[in-house]
Design a protein around this ligand. Structure first.
Ligand code: HBI
Length: 360
């Protein structure tokens, strides 16, 4: 019987957990908590005030939201607002750290990385995006040299964007399969797109594909950039686009399952693509640019298609080949590789290493 750990999870400081501002990392955090609690470990969450979760106890922290890392691409400066929620979350963590065996950080930020050697409890870091700025990359390198094995990413592709990528733990990801219903055959042909509606996610290419194929496109996710969203409607007037909103997992999977395919059109090196495994769970094939973590998730010709980065023609061609895909295979790959149990085992082994190797 493995030792049961007391774990403190610290959420992203860019917005309240449950608001959608934190994008995929909100789902990642809550699934990690579910996976580890299912194995008997205790988990508490620290997150900005206004956060909501039904997974476990959450301590809300006041303070000003952190500037999103996507707006800091290429910078060599760290920006921290006055009365920063990130600073306040880590002051709280310092006060309560002795009540826990390990702290698990989900912020893609300089401060928690820098603080790692100052704490007298091990801190595990989940780096949820590819390399964006030299200042974070440098701190990732320093931290992983000081505290080996302390930093994890989703995929090898994501790790390779960091200069010390070979020192990062490749953890994959998991979702609660029981929350997703398999749909063998959708009632109508349609396409889906899931994600924060922001330029780095390339929604315009999905709109162009919808316009060219004449299939309706259902868009799910937070409109993070209103002007970008409006521009897409203007640029593709003949595309039949239905904005479905930022939905709960239950509502999302109900609608996503009715899609013929999920289009993933990242303009950046996608760290993982939660939406891809959620689509597979519903039996929905994924048509994606050959980018980042998606190249390790989508099996070309089996569970979807990988097309050249930025090739809308490739997306359109793949849509015409969807009858080659067996939707049950998409669900089976998900269950074999991305269940909470499989992921929970990996996370538990990682934490055991960090806790037993930890020297105060
Ligand atoms: N930016 N500064 C900062 N910190 C985060 O934790 C963060 C972010 N931008 C986006 C983001 N997190 C999440 O949407 C991704 O990690 C998924």
């Amino acid at each position: 019987m493995n030792k049961k750990y007391r774990l403190l999870f610290l959420s992203t400081p860019v917005g309240a957990l449950g608001s959608g501002i934190g994008g995929g990392v909100e789902l990642t955090l809550q699934n990690a908590a579910k996976a580890l609690m299912a194995k008997g470990h205790e988990v508490e969450i620290v997150a900005p005030e206004g956060s909501v979760t039904n997974v476990t106890k959450l301590t809300p922290i006041a303070g000003n939201s952190q500037v999103s890392a996507q707006t800091q691409v290429g910078t060599d400066m760290v920006v921290l607002p006055q009365d920063s929620v990130l600073e306040n979350m880590w002051s709280y963590a310092r006060e309560v750290q002795d009540q826990f065996d390990l702290l698990f950080n989900f912020a893609y930020d300089w401060l928690p990385l820098y603080l790692t050697p100052f704490f007298h409890r091990p801190i595990a870091h989940w780096i949820s995006m590819s390399s964006l700025s030299p200042v974070i990359d440098a701190m990732v390198s320093k931290t992983v040299k000081l505290c080996p094995q302390a930093i994890a990413v989703n995929t090898r592709a994501c790790a390779n964007t960091f200069s010390d990528g070979d020192r990062l733990m490749i953890m994959g990801k998991g979702i609660d399969v029981t929350q997703y219903n398999f749909v063998a055959k959708p009632e109508q042909p349609s396409l889906a797109w899931v994600g924060r509606i922001s330029p780095e996610k390339g929604l315009e290419d999905a709109a162009e594909t919808a316009q060219a194929t004449g299939l309706p496109l259902r868009v799910f996710g937070l409109i993070q950039d209103q002007a970008y969203w409006q521009q897409i409607q203007t640029d593709f007037p003949k595309a039949e686009i239905h904005y479905e909103g930022f939905l709960s997992t239950h509502e999302l999977q109900q609608k996503l399952g009715q899609s013929s395919a999920l289009l993933m059109t990242p303009r950046w090196i996608e760290a993982f693509g939660n939406a891809a495994i959620e689509a597979f769970a519903c039996g929905v094939p994924v048509i994606s640019y050959r980018s980042g973590g998606l190249t390790e998730i989508v099996r070309h010709g089996k569970t979807g298609f990988l097309v050249d980065m930025g090739s809308v023609a490739g997306l359109i061609k793949a849509v015409s080949q969807l009858d080659q895909i067996d939707r049950l295979v998409c669900r089976q790959q998900l269950e074999a590789e991305y269940s909470l149990e499989v992921w929970g085992d990996r996370l538990e082994k990682w934490f055991e290493q960090l806790i037993t190797n930890y020297k105060i």
